[in-house]
Design a protein around this ligand. Sequence first.
Ligand code: SF4
Ligand code: SF4
Length: 367
Amino acid sequence: MAISRRNFLKVSAGSAAAIGVNLFDNPTLRSAFADAIKETPIIWLAAGACSGCSVSLLNSLSPRIQDVLLDQVIPGHHTEMAWHPTIMAASGDLAMEHMYKVEEKPFILVVEGSVGRAENGTYMEVGERNGHGIPITEHVERLGKKAIAVLAVGSCAAYGGINKANMNPSDSVGVGEFFKEKNISTPLINLPGCAVHPDWFVSTVAAILLGGLEAVKVDELGRPLMHYKKLIHDNCPLRGHFDAGRFAEKFSDEFCLYKLGCKGPVTHSNCAEKRFNSGTNWCIENRHPCIGCTEPEFPYEGSMHDKVQLQQVTPPAAYPPISTEHKQGVDFTPTYGALAGLAVGAAGMNMLKKGDNGDQGDLDEKE
Ligand code: SF4
Ligand code: SF4
């Protein structure tokens, strides 16, 4: 169900509060937000991309994409997607002239897709000069130096993603690696995901406009903490099954998907809360393991369904540990609830280790 403009603004205010900025209680900031939206254009470059991240953004129903891009966010002001190869009306030389004009003012650069360096970037060209295509490497370097901030949207732009997978004939890298190579120091925010969730993009842009770049707190991989702080595993509706040692052996089973290759225990994002297609569903509730699409290792060497090594044992954040008939004898008193979660998680890990050694033991035991 689509939400109203009023509710979207409330959600935006909530995001701002989460990052320490209370926009709607502060007239100065509110005014600054309006001016910033009016004056800060976005140039969206499609590099080595399948356009899935654009489609994800364009599919946003709540708020609708036309609300985000075209309508007035605050009376008299709207976001300005000044250059986007898929949705802009102009094409050819007209479009390129517009890009060159926009980049003379302060702008935010969005890169979708990896930067392919093979053959001097000629596998990925945008526009022409003197009858020759202009390589994406030239655009990313030029615009990357001029932009006030850069958003690498999707896993390919953030880390190379699918294009950087084994073989990598286009010699693709993420924007961060390319910037390092070219000594570009423009602030870069990574929004990995295959595809990116529209809220991750919209709220990050809003946060930059609201409170400046420093308002967007990021982790060591440059991902905004407001979306990528927690593990999928900690908010998973199947976490109780994991803690109790009940694992799906086939996709139709109702239990935890760890043994079918779920990367939730090592993957950071808030997919369980945001869900996709305007909140319709998400990977795990669709009975498919998380494939770890927000992590630099994605798409992983080997099979997508290989088990990951468990690195942390943290109690579930969204669901309380469940009581179980298992043999570990954990005391679930309220005072020690978090500790119990840790203990049960550890029990799950021990059981998994046993299973990995060929002794299925408790792994095959289901209630
Ligand atoms: S391993 Fe995957 S399916 Fe199982 S609880 Fe963790 S995130 Fe959920
Ligand atoms: S659940 Fe995992 S694979 Fe699915 S979108 Fe989220 S991070 Fe990516």
